[in-house]
Ligand binder design. Sequence first.
Ligand code: PGA
Ligand code: ZN
Length: 475
Amino acid sequence: MSVQEYLDKHTLSRKIEDAVNAAVRAKTSDPVLFIANHMKKAVSSVITKVKARQILDSRGIPTVEVDLHTNKGVFRASVPSGDSSGTYEAIELRDGDKGMYLGNSVAKAVKNINERISEALIGMDPKLQAQIDHAMIDLDKTEKKNELGANAILAVSIAACKAGAAEKEVPLCKHLSDLSGRANMTLPVPAFTVLSGGNHASNNFAIQEIMILPVGASRFEEALQWGSETYHHLKAVVTEKNGSMGCNVGEDGGLTPDISSLKEGLELVKEAINRTGYSDKIKIAIDVAATNFCIGTKYDLDIKSPNKSGQNFKSAEDMIEMYKELCAEYPIVFIEDPFDKEDWEHTKHFSGLGICQVVGDDLLMSNSKRVERAIQESACNALLLKVNQIGTVTEAIEVVKLARDAHWGVVTSHRCGETEDSFISDLSVGLATGVIKAGAPCRGERTMKYNQLLRIEEELGEQAVYAGEDWRQTL
Ligand code: PGA
Ligand code: ZN
């Protein structure tokens, strides 16, 4: 090909002339940089390579990180992992070789990305999230993503989403809002874990967590301040009542004193809230995670006290009575998984009482079929959104739509095994879920999410709206 033919083929002269004209029109002080950027923008972005690696999550257990390369940059994402896993959620692919990370390494998932997924996505436009996600779903061909691994697919899906936002030159939350077809973005109310128990801590508390929600704050920044202050007051309260050992933290950063009853835990939290001076502006929520202490049809609230276990069995009816009393005494706005994950009947009965919002986590496993069933049976009235139980951004948006159409609340959630990725922060704003649950206002992998929300609020400026008292919003 001659020089002239090459120039003609790529219409180079015209493109350069356009760029120079644009620089002159803009009267920019740095025309070379302006021209370089102008020309870069004129090229549409495509995925050129997807490269994965194994990293550690916050529990020190392997997980997947991916670098998605486009011809414009490199976009990184990593996926979390949880304690609870159920038959209805997408499969996290682990190698199972007991000699490697006790069976938890993710080399197969990494290999699947580096070979099969990378090959399938090269040349695709990162803005087309649904096409990318469906290309991976088609490649996997299984219902629960066990062929490639939901951990492999989700890491790529999130990285592509970040690349799509960059290509559009909009914040990630805005790109997510566009993908979901929603017009309004909202800063969520943070549900800070302040006391941890259940599978997340080694104390004797059977309940998984008690959270605080600063619904009366005027901005997210203020909510974070109140959350942090309450957390530190709680440290003092726990030290006074249970000694400083009670201030060790659980997997999600909550304090872990030995607590003999849910009421005792709520008293500690109430005292801490009172000390902040924002009393009626901070509400309380509980993740019971009751599946973890359900024995047959009974609930063993002393399951973690070896000498007492089995002596304080409660029936589901007893649990309902306990919830009723506690909701009357404390400002409890939602209870997550109040019963076993297969106890639809009592969850439905309790929801029907209308005492507080009932959030389905283990009950739903973020699975669209379970969500549909729960909507039909009015079993609960809010979705706990765990993206890694679904496996792609597109399907996560669809599940949120299902919940929204049923006028449910939505709580965007972290997992106990987290990474330094703050994708869920942007997701909660873009999908306007109203609440985000990302652990305590402490520990890097948790504060990462809250700090990102600070940045988003700052970036949105005047347009930033904090969900506040409207945290249940279903618009
Ligand atoms: P996980 O659950 O421990 O399975 O991540 C967190 C939660 O129940 O909210
Ligand atoms: Zn939960």
